[in-house]
Design a protein around this ligand. Structure first.
Ligand SMILES: Cc1cc2nc3c(=O)[nH]c(=O)nc-3n(C[C@H](O)[C@H](O)[C@H](O)COP(=O)(O)OP(=O)(O)OC[C@H]3O[C@@H](n4cnc5c(N)ncnc54)[C@H](O)[C@@H]3O)c2cc1C
Length: 412
């Protein structure tokens, strides 16, 4: 029992709030370095639809560095070696990953829950890895100006987790971040996305296609037996779309993707269509004594380029590379946490800057109904294939890809 709170408690080296891509990759890496780690995930399972389902080349390479790639690729997934966009009726090649190492020269599309289950299962072989599902962090334990753990609620009631370090990987609405009194700077997004699934037939083709036309952006991602569809709307316009009615929405989807016209009735009601309120934000300070924030908790990414998972995982790798040694020695200092921010803030800033340029110069004019001509850069990219390596690098690799430096070590 924790004497101060009367709640049962456990002690660990590092307490990770949130079992998303950042939290589970970090949990895996720290446990592999022999550090006692406890990951708290508020849901009972990882089954959440319409989350990022893209595993990018730099994450595939990290999995290869961990000797996990072959097993990962045995799970059902689809591979895309290039990215195309349809603009004003023409199909343009935007990015091609063909020049990368053949082991990871594609984006793998895999339901996020399969990826997270895979990570959780592989991490469980390390004796110091503990994953508490259905356990939500509610507040921080603070002692003498240092965060010494978290108060949480699990399936059996209150529980305290005392730790040398708390890492908030609890996503865009982070409880840990709120408890630290930190709030991110909003960088603005002109759009929201409506997500839904429609069944897929082999004759539909396989390429993920983003379609841009006056007043509408439509995305479809091959998920095997289904298409994951994203219908991009101007921010705040959901009410008017609802007011126009479901039939009008179905008709617009059919118009955007004629190959799906015969099955738009699968959108049975508005509950079938989930709103992603797009945000782009970033913390100015990612840490305070005893606590660090990474992934979406430190910086929510725009869906442009679908790089949110990749950034979150790269943060986790950097955090593990920098913090494993101080954690093993039991000597984590706030300057170590600042080093993680320093390492990851620059790639985050550059990526968000590129996303905002794309939002303002492509998505905003399209959604405002301006007639759409293929921009000159798209025509150049399409005409000179090797230039497609540049967007491929931005999307697939990122501006500062991380390598796994930490080793498998016996438990401390
Ligand atoms: C609809 C949608 C589509 C997207 N599509 C893509 C895409 O195609 N490609 C891409 O790369 N990115 C995509 N993203 C973004 C991507 O999902 C995120 O950037 C990425 O998941 C961030 O990882 P994370 O681990 O930082 O946070 P999250 O994935 O948000 O994980 C946070 C975890 O913390 C848990 N949690 C929250 N609060 C608590 C608490 N108090 N206690 C314990 N646990 C808690 C949550 O349940 C969750 O499991 C999409 C996002 C959305 C919403």
């Amino acid at each position: 029992m924790d004497e101060a709170t009367n709640a049962p408690f456990i002690s660990t080296g590092c307490c990770i709030a949130g079992g998303g891509p950042a939290g589970l990759v970090l949990g895996y890496l720290l446990a592999r370095s022999g550090i006692p780690v406890t990951v708290l995930e508020k849901h009972a399972d990882f089954l959440r639809d319409f989350r990022g389902d893209t595993i990018h080349p730099s994450t595939l390479r990290a999995l290869s560095e961990l000797a996990l790639l072959d097993d990962f690729l045995k799970l059902p997934h689809q591979q895309a070696g290039h990215v195309q966009a349809e603009v004003a009726g023409g199909i343009f090649n935007v990015a091609s990953f063909g020049h990368l190492d053949p082991r990871w020269n594609f984006v793998a599309f895999m339901p996020q829950w399969d990826f997270l289950n895979f990570l959780a299962e592989r991490a469980s072989v390390f004796p110091h890895f503990r994953l508490l599902m259905q356990t939500a962090v509610v507040s921080l334990i603070e002692e003498n100006g240092w965060v010494a753990g978290v108060h949480a609620i699990g399936p059996k009631g209150n529980i305290d987790i005392r730790a040398q370090l708390v890492i908030g990987c609890d996503g865009r609405h982070s409880t840990v971040r709120d408890a630290c009194g930190l709030s991110p700077k909003q960088l603005g997004a002109p759009m929201d996305v409506l997500w839904f699934s429609l069944s897929r037939q082999e004759s539909d083709g396989v390429d993920p296609v983003g379609k841009f036309e006056a007043g509408r952006v439509f995305i479809r991602i091959n998920r095997g037996v289904q298409w994951q569809c994203g219908y991009v709307i101007a921010k705040g316009s959901l009410e008017s779309i609802h007011a126009a009615g479901l039939d009008a929405f179905r008709a617009s989807v059919a118009e955007a993707s004629p190959v799906l016209a015969d099955r738009v009735d699968e959108i049975i009601d508005w509950d079938y269509v989930k709103l992603l309120s797009v945000a782009v934000d970033r913390l100015e300070r990612w840490h305070k004594p005893g606590v660090l924030l990474i992934g979406d908790a430190a910086h929510t990414m725009s869906p442009v380029g679908g790089v949110g998972i990749n950034l979150a995982i790269q943060d986790a790798i950097a955090a593990s590379n920098i913090l494993s040694d101080p954690l093993r020695r039991g000597l984590v200092d706030e300057s170590d946490l600042a080093r993680v921010q320093k390492r990851r803030e620059w790639p985050t800033r550059v990526t968000q800057k590129m996303q905002i340029i794309a939002q303002n110069n492509v998505i905003r004019p399209v959604l405002s109904g301006q007639s759409m001509q293929p921009p000159i850069f798209l025509r150049i990219l399409n005409a000179i294939p090797w230039l497609q390596r540049i967007p491929a690098w931005m999307i697939g690799t990122g501006v500062r890809p991380e390598h796994v430096w930490t080793q498998e070590l016996p438990p401390v």
